[in-house]
Design a protein around this ligand. Structure first.
Ligand SMILES: [Zn+2]
Length: 103
């Protein structure tokens, strides 16, 4: 979303400037209103992308996960901290082994 907005904004500004140069140098036409519209749209999209990236960062901070066992902050997408992740993997492996023996 942020990348899309930023790309559209940059394209709109670049397109507006290009259109202004081409129209004035090649077509010898005044394009003030059209160029202004494109530049304003580009700035709006760029500001929107900035707001989205700030919102994304803030919400990532708010939703940052904590270890289920000790409450230590962990990386996004992780359930346990590195210590407890190892414990959980070992327990899972033991559990699987027991199931295999009984099976
Ligand atoms: Zn932990």
């Amino acid at each position: 979303m942020v990348t899309l907005f930023r790309t559209v904004g940059i394209l709109a500004i670049a397109g507006g400037l290009l259109w202004m140069v081409v129209a004035e140098l090649v077509l010898h036409r005044s394009t003030g209103a059209q160029v202004r519209l494109l530049l304003v749209a580009g700035v709006v999209f760029l500001v929107g992308s900035l707001i989205f990236s700030i919102l994304g960062r803030v919400s990532a901070k708010v939703a940052s996960r904590r270890c289920r066992r000790c409450g230590k902050p962990v990386q996004t997408g992780q359930i346990y901290c590195s210590e407890h992740l190892r414990d959980a993997v070992n327990e899972f492996r033991d559990h699987q082994r027991q199931k295999g023996d009984g099976g």
